[in-house]
Design a binder for this molecule. Sequence first.
Ligand code: ADP
Ligand code: MG
Length: 541
Amino acid sequence: YQGLAGRSTDEVLQLCAAHGQQMKLQRSSLVTQLHGAIKRLKQDLKSLHSFALELSKDFQRQNKTCLYQVLVAVQGIQLQNEAMQMFQMKAFDLEQSLQEVTERYEKEKQKRKALHNSLIELRGNIRVHCRIRPLLPFDDAAGHLLSQDRQRNVSEKAAYAADDETVLVKCSRPGHASVNKTFQFDRVYNDLESQDAVFADVAPLLTSLLDGYNVCIMAYGQTGSGKTYTMLGPQLEENLAFSIEEESELGIIPRATQEVFRLISEKPPGSYWVEVSVVEVYNNEIFDLLAKDSYGKVFGIKRDVVTTREGKSDVPLLTHETVENASEFLHLVNKGLQLRVTHPTLVHAHSSRSHLVVTLTITTVVFGDNFGTLWEDEQTSQRLSKEASCTFPQKMRDNKSTSSSGASSPVQLEATEKMKQVKTRLQLVDLAGSECVGMSGVTGAALRETSFINRSLSALADVLGAIAEQRAHVPYRNSKLTHLLQDSVGGDAKLLVMLCISPGQKYLTESMQSLGFGTRARQVQRGQVKKKNFPVPSKGK
Ligand code: ADP
Ligand code: MG
């Protein structure tokens, strides 16, 4: 306002108006600008709003689809779960019914076995078991060890245990007719089955033995098929004895003896005693492997087999040693076996070139006057009264009876009691190799041996054939072997033939021969297996 001083009122008025004008102009342009900005903002806001709306709609849509998908998935899972549960239930049901069927099958199988056993007893059939031994290094012709080429060796097998009653022989070789054949037996052991498993089926026969049945167990098969292993156990390298130390490897003969003594230990003391004889049939001659001369030295002494008036076979003068426990028996048998090697006529003979027969005679003492009336029927009583003898076992005759648990001497009782004895017999036979060695090129002693073995084994087959055909004449006397085994093979013994089979292809012919022998043996029907009914000695004795 100092500048205005001195100016005229008009000028001031003009200046003020101009200034007002200017201000007005400035303000209006600012307002326009502001307006524009607000408009743009509004537009932005609008588009943002519509974008947000779109976004939310989109989100809702997507949400819905997701939810739907989740729902579908959950439903699917539920369905699957249900189906799974159904399957599980079905599987459970199936498992249960399978178990039931298996149990029923096992029961039926047991029943069938029991029935089969009674049928065998009624018909007097011969039981035939078959053991297939494992492939062994010496089976390989080229001399390869098994482990080096297992696959090839496995494919070389020709005999298998299809199940525990069936042998399958399957083989196709270039240049040979292919073979695919099955054989049924009472029991078939595969190559993994132990000595334990084999003996488990033999043990019931030993109960029968003490119940009054004669029992015979005979191993048949070609050389190297496992007869001696099955009957005795693995043989020691240096001699023909078998190892007594390897308990789990022991064969039927030692185990059977242990079982017999165990069974006897459950009976009243002094009522049973056991005698042993060991013979060898070589070149159709019987050698007494327990015989001693007057100096106590052992020799291969020959014996003969005769038929008694009762039609039984007997070996007069045969050495019977009384044994009181299993280890005494084992040492005795081992001593006898070693004799086979030093035997003068047998210097070069392989063990499988002779038949070995170990016999356990079990004498049961029956006390009392009413002996005859205690038997089940008149005939049996008469038969047994006749059979029963009052001879004492050798040890007692020799008056050097040793009193011990199982077989304490009945001598003391003799004065006061009327005593009768009944004998049952367990015959254990390791036959010579059944292979039919080609005769060409074989001379001298070997030819003699082979022809004797072939003759004795075909005599055995002939005897079985004659019994099977129920011929009036059974040619027991065609060979010393069949004559010796007459009562077991044709008589009233429970007879078990243990077929031994080598599984290799190269033994196919021999295996088929053995399986054929076993099949024929199984069909043989003898008279009913007879039991010597023992009366239970009255209490206090
Ligand atoms: P064989 O008496 O029939 O001539 P061996 O019993 O001497 O035959 O058996 C021949 C070989 O095979 C022996 O070395 C024996 O130890 C072995 N062997 C036989 N059977 C079996 C088996 N089941 N398991 C293992 N080795 C066996
Ligand atoms: Mg042998």
